[in-house]
Design a protein around this ligand. Structure first.
Ligand code: SF4
Ligand code: SF4
Ligand code: SF4
Length: 353
């Protein structure tokens, strides 16, 4: 339990405690757990210390961030299964393998079954815990849609959590699975969603608003392109020709921002800094259900991108830039004529008689 030092105080004040049981044993890289530690708004520390007035206490159980190991750590999992950890949010990081095609072994697991001495598969933990959870979050594109482990030619039959449990699956409280994609997820998106879900469980917010891909709607309503710092340059036909150009839209180099929903250019990566195309990195579509297959090869423009680059540069971009430059020169960057020393008042002001 990462924040065990805070739990007694929370229990003492009889604030509702929401436990977050975070499984990293899907097929993934633990990158979302690492990203979680970089959150600033709210930060992980604020979430666990209950720094937001009125919020329920949040206790995090995450194998990568826990002090406990072995059986001590696994105790929480059994408590959750037995219904003694109410309420809890089940978080899955990493995609769900297809254990029906695992040959004589298993693809992914956590802990050991005391009776058989065999690993308990990730899928079995999902089957045991999801029906008991107040809310379920698929964190990262792997857990949400399959992601990198689910690429063409993978041997595991990997899939997203909704593919495994069913797209219409809901918890016993009627809450659908929340998909929070990203590879990794933008850190503040993680803590903000955990906070929202905790407040919802405490009855302090309306049900979370999800879009048709199961994502928090307010976080994924805009494309990367709509929030990109370089969009204005693209509209003026300024197109970057090579990596490292500190100016110009990256569409010709392969940026997929116009067809990807993600708030990273607006929110930045850490403490509002960075943001993929803002700082010269192509958007490779890592939040999209079609990632990565639909976006490969990453560093080559598709025909649509090339067409957009040419059109912006040679037609409307050039014309728009010319007209706007002229408007700035002749009007918007010219001070009004009455702002100079004069014997007469030239502002147009007239005293009422
Ligand atoms: Fe790692 Fe990306 Fe999968 Fe998250 S979504 S587990 S960061 S590969
Ligand atoms: Fe759009 Fe990418 Fe160009 Fe930004 S760099 S304006 S996201 S195409
Ligand atoms: Fe992923 Fe593109 Fe968002 Fe960057 S801007 S996090 S590459 S979807």
């Amino acid at each position: 339990m990462l924040n065990s030092e805070f739990a007694p105080r929370q229990a003492h004040t009889e604030r509702m405690l929401v436990s977050v049981v975070w499984m990293t044993s899907g097929l993934g890289c633990d990158g979302d757990s690492v990203a979680l530690t970089a959150a600033t708004n709210p930060s992980l520390e604020e979430l666990l210390r209950g720094a937001i007035p009125g919020m329920p206490g949040v206790v995090l159980y995450n194998p990568m961030l826990a002090y406990e190991t072995g059986a001590d750590f696994m105790r929480t999992w059994y408590e959750a299964e037995a219904g003694r950890l109410n309420p809890f949010v089940l978080v899955l990081e990493g995609s769900v393998p297809n254990e029906q095609i695992n040959g004589e072994g298993h693809w992914a697991g956590l802990g050991v079954d005391p009776d058989s001495g065999q690993p308990i598969t990730t899928n079995e933990w999902i089957d045991r815990l999801a029906p008991k959870a107040a809310a379920v979050i698929a964190i990262g594109t792997c857990a949400a849609y399959g992601g990198i482990p689910a690429m063409r030619n993978n041997p595991t039959g990997a899939m997203g959590l909704r593919d495994y449990l069913g797209w219409d699956w809901t918890t016993s409280r009627g809450v659908p699975i929340v998909n929070l994609p990203g590879c990794p997820v933008q850190p503040d998106n993680i803590t903000e969603t955990l906070l929202y879900v905790s407040l919802q469980i405490a009855g302090m917010t309306p049900p979370i608003d999800l879009d048709d891909q199961g994502r928090p709607a307010w976080l994924f309503k805009r494309t990367v392109h709509e929030g990109c710092d370089r969009a204005g340059q693209g509209a003026h036909g300024k197109i970057a020709e090579r990596f490292g150009d500190d100016n110009g839209c990256l569409i010709k180099l392969g940026c997929k921002g116009p067809v990807v929903k993600c708030n990273v250019p607006v929110r930045g990566w850490m403490n509002a800094m960075g943001g993929c195309p803002n700082v010269g990195g192509l958007c490779i579509g890592c939040t999209s259900p079609g990632f990565p297959d639909r976006f490969m090869p990453f560093m080559e423009p598709d025909r649509l991108g090339l067409l957009a680059a040419r059109t912006a540069r040679f037609s409307y971009g050039a014309l728009t830039r010319y007209l706007r430059d002229r408007a700035m020169r002749n009007k918007y960057e010219v001070e009004p004529e009455w702002r100079r020393p004069s014997d007469e008042l030239e502002t147009g002001f007239q005293l009422q008689s």
